[in-house]
Design a protein around this ligand. Sequence first.
Ligand code: DSN
Length: 426
Amino acid sequence: MTEVFWGPDFAALQQRDPEIADVVLGELDRLRGGLQLIASENFTSPAVLAALGSTLSNKYAEGYPGRRYYGGCQQVDRAEEIGISRAKELFAVDGADIHANLQPHSGASANLAAYAALLKPGDTVLAMSLPHGGHLTHGAKVSFSGKWFTPVPYTVHADSELIDYDQVRDLALEHRPQMIIAGATAYPRLIDFARFREIADEVGAWLMVDAAHFIGLVAGGAIPSPVPYADVVTFTTHKVLRGPRGGMIVCRPELAQRIDKAVFPFLQGGPLMHAVAAKAVALQECLDPTYRDYARQVVVNAQTLAEGLAAEGMRPVSGGTDTHLVLADLQGLGVTGADAEVRCDAARITLNKNAIPYDPQPPMTASGIRVGTPAVTTQGMTATDMKDIASLIGRAVRDTDGSAVEEVGEAVAALVARHPAYARQG
Ligand code: DSN
């Protein structure tokens, strides 16, 4: 077997660049020493990290397997072919044929590629409003999606805080969008993809599902798949899916060429082949039956966390969650999302402030927090731990003078010590 000359002990990095080695180890300490509750983060496996840190990073491979603009692509072709075939196995529903593209560098790139494949500049896109849980690339004025296209935002219902499907239909009939997007970054509930398909068909629009947040739950069979309903499904690979940082697209086979050409050469040059290989590793991990248990536990944990936060006076938006994330309204405690984020951070609890629907505060202040269970579930935490976490968040958020920081921080340290992330070997 070929001898691998780099090791997992960072010896080469420490010798060559102690400053950056210190950053890498410092980040590992941060991950191990606190609670990681950012809903869009997770802990990738050592196998994924090994593929990421490999010499595949050196290879130029513009094009697709068997059709490259460079020689020497035999091995990277294998990586991409294996990854594509795993993606099809994982995401095809009832044996239906699908196409997969593993090259997008990120979720935003995947979304831009979907726009480029299906639309022309100026076309109208109906998508969820950013302050109601949508994404920058769903029509925000500061993004390509708002500058080069004509966005029409839909919202959640003021009472139920659920997507207002009647409003989506009304807006679709009024504006006749060329594309409708389902999917969000801060929406805790299941999305009715069949309803979106119906509305898209009624007005002759493409249906794109941005599944970045929940595709891992789909992969693990914990929630229904958008694949049978959407023309194109875009997603990131690093959230619940637990792969490397990056993007991916799954689409109907008829759209394969349009999607592939939009990713390369329209939008990107050389693919990141180390990342493509790492995506293939993550997809294989998702095909393992244990991943289904993981995905189910992520949801159970989020539901328990939502109940615990409610008991602490932090109202779960929409009354709870069906997924991996909870959006909690802190107005009842008189604490802003920004203050809560800072107070939790001081006590080693990492989460983010987040706008809630119809938020009276500006986004950098926000009235809510968003928490997710992908990372803590990877650490092996269960519902009992979620109750403790809710109580620790409650104490940190209410800690106006910093007097509880030490005690909460110590309780967090004790909790993560029982469920170590990236546990030391031996
Ligand atoms: N920024 C990501 C999130 O945290 O949800 C979405 O791209």
